[in-house]
Design a protein around this ligand. Structure first.
Ligand SMILES: *[C@@H]1O[C@H](CO)[C@@H](O)[C@H](O)[C@H]1NC(C)=O
Ligand SMILES: *[C@@H]1O[C@H](CO)[C@@H](O)[C@H](O)[C@H]1NC(C)=O
Ligand SMILES: *[C@@H]1O[C@H](CO)[C@@H](O)[C@H](O)[C@H]1NC(C)=O
Ligand SMILES: *[C@@H]1O[C@H](CO)[C@@H](O)[C@H](O)[C@H]1NC(C)=O
Ligand SMILES: *[C@@H]1O[C@H](CO)[C@@H](O)[C@H](O)[C@H]1NC(C)=O
Ligand SMILES: *[C@@H]1O[C@H](CO)[C@@H](O)[C@H](O)[C@H]1NC(C)=O
Ligand SMILES: *[C@@H]1O[C@H](CO)[C@@H](O)[C@H](O)[C@H]1NC(C)=O
Length: 830
């Protein structure tokens, strides 16, 4: 055993060195409460642990098994969850007292509903832990009241619901019969897979008690495939066949036939069709993902055979190197059937060791219709139930592996893209409460977005996909959350719409908006496989008034004093985009500029660093400008020290945006100029939509003394290191500045006297400032803006953005404002 362990440890270490998987980063992240992805939450005081979810057949009602109650929720209205009915079902005081007496925690003693199934057109069936004494009940669906079954007695819950509310279980109804997998005793060490509510010659069945059928299993999921007349169970358990390792967990699929009625003498009232096989989720030379977390059954596409049914499973490694590693593997029913019809291992009952079968095969284990079989055959079946081969994932590879996420729940669907191609979309819930939406592409998985659905890690949770309602429902201790499958209108322009690679969303060239592809009549801009903006956003032949043009960034003016630390922010268009900063005609030397982790640029305001800055983003070959700034020196610092903005050494200043000068707009596109201001506003809204996108805000640190001192917080390249090299220039400049200022002062004082009465503010950014009321620009700042001549004061960075066709940014900046780079004090009115 020890040898096995150390071997394993070295294997793990080896993997550490080999594995260098790229992180799967969601393209966009929506934190809780983000307006871009509004969620509907159902919560009600007195209703807790809403974790057992069931859809009615018409998917207009969501039934919820909660703590001491069962609910019927109306989900027929989009974006809403309304309560229809509530049924209380709680243990008596005596039951609770008994539960506490047995030493159980009071909070674990209520009745946690763990089985909730539709039986027939008039009744449902529910089971709960019922103060560690499981119980079941019928529910009359008409009046939503507890009902008794044919026996007229309370229903036994043993073998149907677990005792412990933290134990996982599975249940599925097929033609009025209930198939379950759970532990059937108080101590939690008698696991059983069984059938209940059977009638007539169709007797209730369970697993034989002999060892080896189940080894400390954790039940995960179940599925019924009608064409096969089989119920499949998914669970993980101790893999006794791997006797070189102590308690090595394996993931399993097991099957039983719905026609099974047990044997006549041998295997009486026991399954004759039970067989199990190992599910493998392992990439070559990698740690096996051996512990199953959840399984979703994806029905075959229309017209395809049952064999194309896919089971998507989430797996985690048993001994994770770091927490937050999981993988998704898909298994086809065809592959599973092949494994079940192959050879079986034999369990030696004396040594409890598994060997590959050597004796003659006298029956096909797992075969349906063995009820009249001979004792000999049934004995053979009883000994041979573990398939020799393991089920490999489809295409023999992992569908999706994440190095930093603990996925816990999964749902999947096929979505038809605009070009008619079907894509598989996965919904994956993380332990930390984010719902990842991923599309499976040839090159691998692409995570379109993540939406936060809860804050606290949840011990029990559930995920349910409603295709008819276009929603994912998530049940937790905090309530039920409804997440719409997509929100195409979040993407403000064609480029974003295409880069998202969301098969639901396409750019409607005629309406000029990102919409659900099913609602688009004409030509659709979409490229799920390639995400190629230049192709998908090429305007259709018919020129329409609203073209598919990326949202423009508008120029912002930043007023600084020399030696201030300036920090320019760059909004995040997407987490997959790389951002880089540019200055016209000059390179950003790493000695002067510090690029922060959040994409912002930090530098010391010196004559050299005044001027224009652009932040550009590149994603999948598409470039766009996210922000343009003009950094200018405050012209009248000595007259108006920034007293109002000094605030604990740090102040956030919003400066009005500038409308672009008509001159720099290409004359071919007159409509763009007219649209520009509106677009700037749209962009702002889009920023607000995703809270992780930084707003168009930048922060100035005003404590210049602090800037001169060594600052650890600045990063590896301390800013103060650049100080000495400019000391000389600084002195010269300061002298010059002092001179200028004194001249200025004289002029200004003179001017002030002249203009004292009729003070009209000739704004640099007149429109925006008016829009924002007084805005954040202090009176001093606005006053200081007065002095500028229109030419130098304007921020000429053209906001019109990189067209998809050329991928370049046609930003032009007039030379007049670039004098800063040749050593003169720029923008100083003399
Ligand atoms: C979709 O996104 C837009 C833009 O962020 C937002 O205004 C709207 O409320 C969202 N709608 C839904 C249904 O999620
Ligand atoms: C329901 O949830 C909302 C938002 O999460 C919260 O503000 C409210 O207090 C909750 N109500 C109850 C009854 O728990
Ligand atoms: C549904 O099942 C219940 C309980 O077994 C039974 O009383 C009822 O008659 C059944 N309803 C129908 C329509 O079969
Ligand atoms: C099994 O045997 C019973 C009687 O012993 C008979 O009625 C039934 O038809 C047989 N079933 C099959 C599948 O042979
Ligand atoms: C029930 O919900 C409470 C919080 O309301 C949580 O602390 C507890 O762990 C949950 N119990 C189960 C069994 O889910
Ligand atoms: C997009 O398509 C064009 C034309 O087919 C091609 O030149 C370009 O390389 C593609 N870009 C990407 C990022 O695939
Ligand atoms: C700028 O930041 C302030 C404070 O952090 C915030 O109140 C304001 O809404 C932000 N403005 C924009 C445009 O994001």
């Amino acid at each position: 055993m020890d040898n096995g362990r150390s071997l394993w440890a070295s294997l793990v270490l080896l993997n550490l060195l080999i594995t260098s998987r790229a992180l799967l980063t969601p393209r966009i992240s929506f934190p809780l409460g983000s307006p871009g992805r509004p969620l509907t939450v159902f919560n009600m005081s007195g209703v807790d642990n809403t974790t057992t979810l069931l859809l009615s057949n018409d998917e207009n009602t969501l039934f919820v098994g909660a703590r001491d109650s069962i609910l019927a929720l109306d989900i027929s209205h989009p974006w809403a969850i309304d309560i229809k009915n509530r049924l209380d079902w709680s243990p008596t005081e005596k039951d609770l007292a008994d539960c506490s007496m047995k030493g159980k925690k009071k909070t674990d003693c209520p009745n946690f509903v763990r089985v909730l199934q539709v039986l027939n057109s008039t009744h449902m069936y529910a089971c709960g832990t019922f103060a560690f004494s499981p119980r079941c009940t019928y529910i009359n669906t008409q009046n939503f009241a507890l009902a008794t079954g044919p026996s007229g007695k309370p229903e036994e819950g043993r073998g149907r619901s677990p005792y412990d509310p933290y134990q996982k279980n599975i249940a599925i109804t097929v033609d009025g019969e209930l198939y379950t997998g759970t532990v059937a005793d108080y101590m939690g060490n008698r696991p059983v897979i069984s059938r209940h509510l059977s009638e007539g010659s169709h007797v209730d069945l369970k697993l034989d008690d002999t060892p080896g059928w189940l080894e400390e299993p954790t039940f995960i999921s179940s599925a019924f495939v009608r064409g096969e007349e089989k119920v499949y169970f998914f669970f993980s358990e101790v893999g006794r066949e791997y006797d070189f390792l102590e308690k090595f967990t394996v993931s399993r699929i097991a099957q039983v036939c719905t026609s099974d009625v047990g044997g006549q003498r041998t295997l009486q009232k026991r399954w004759t069709t039970f067989a199990k096989a190992q599910l493998l989720c392992q990439a070559e030379k990698e740690l096996p993902y051996n512990v199953l977390q959840d399984v979703f059954t994806l029905s075959p596409p229309e017209g395809a055979s049952d064999e194309d049914t896919l089971f998507y499973g989430i797996f985690r490694p048993q001994w994770p190197i770091n927490s937050g590693r999981s993988a998704v593997c898909a298994f086809s029913l065809g592959d599973i059937k092949a494994v079940f019809s192959g050879n079986y291992k034999v369990l030696n009952r004396d040594s409890l060791r598994w060997t590959t079968r050597v004796q003659e095969k006298i029956a096909n284990p797992g075969e349906c219709g063995l009820h009249n079989a001979s004792d000999n055959t049934l004995r053979f079946v009883k000994e041979n139930f573990l398939a020799d081969a393991s089920v490999q994932p489809t295409k023999r590879r992992i569908t999706l592996a994440s190095a930093d996420q603990d996925y816990s729940n999964i749902a999947a669907q096929r979505v038809r893209a605009a070009n008619g191609k079907e894509h598989t979309v996965l919904y994956l819930l993380t332990e930390l409460g984010y719902l990842h939406k991923a599309v499976l592409l040839e090159e691998g998985a692409h995570i379109i977005e993540e939406v936060q659905v809860f804050r606290q890690p949840q011990p029990m949770k559930n995920l349910l996909l409603s295709l008819l309602k276009g929603s994912v429902f998530i049940g937790t201790s905090e309530g039920v959350t409804r997440v719409p499958l997509s929100n195409c209108s979040f993407y403000p322009n064609c480029a974003e719409c295409v880069l998202a690679r969301d098969p639901f969303c396409g750019w409607d060239h005629s309406r000029g908006l990102c919409a659900d592809v099913s609602t688009i009549q004409g030509s659709t801009g979409q490229d799920v496989d390639g995400g190629n903006v230049s192709v998908a956003c090429r305007a259709p032949p018919v020129v329409t008034p609203r073209s598919s043009r990326p949202t423009a960034a508008s120029c912002e003016l930043v007023l600084v004093s020399l030696n201030e630390v300036v920090r320019l922010k760059c909004p995040e268009a997407s987490r997959l985009a790389t951002r880089h900063w540019q200055r016209p005609n000059s390179r950003l030397s790493p000695d002067l500029y510090l690029k922060q982790q959040d994409g912002s640029l930090q530098f010391l305001a010196t004559p050299i660093t005044l001027g224009h800055y652009m932040c550009q983003a590149e994603e999948n070959g598409f470039q766009q400008t996210l922000a343009i700034y003009q950094v200018k020196q405050k012209s009248s610092t000595t007259l108006h020290p920034p007293t109002t903005t000094r605030h604990q050494g740090k102040a956030t200043v919003e400066v009005g945006k500038l409308a672009p000068t008509p001159r720099s707009v290409p004359p071919k596109q007159p409509d763009i100029r007219a649209k520009e201001p509106e677009l700037a506003v749209t962009k702002k809204d889009a920023n607000a939509g995703s809270t992780r996108r930084t707003g168009r805000n930048f922060t100035l640190w005003f404590d210049s003394s602090q800037a001169k001192q060594p600052r650890d917080s600045v990063g590896e390249e301390p800013l103060h290191g650049t100080q000495p090299s400019y000391l000389q220039e600084l002195v010269v400049v300061s002298v010059l500045l002092a001179l200028c200022i004194s001249i200025l002062l004289t002029i200004a004082l003179y001017g002030l006297r002249q203009r004292c009465r009729g003070r009209t503010i000739t704004q640099v950014c007149p429109r925006k400032d008016a829009e924002r009321g007084t805005g954040a620009a202090t009176p001093q700042e606005r006053e200081s803006l007065q002095g500028h001549s229109p030419r130098t004061a304007k921020c000429n960075g053209q906001a019109q953005n990189g067209q998809a066709q050329n991928g370049k940014s046609p930003i032009s900046i007039s030379n007049g404002s670039l004098s800063g780079s040749n050593g003169h004090l720029p923008n100083t009115p003399i």
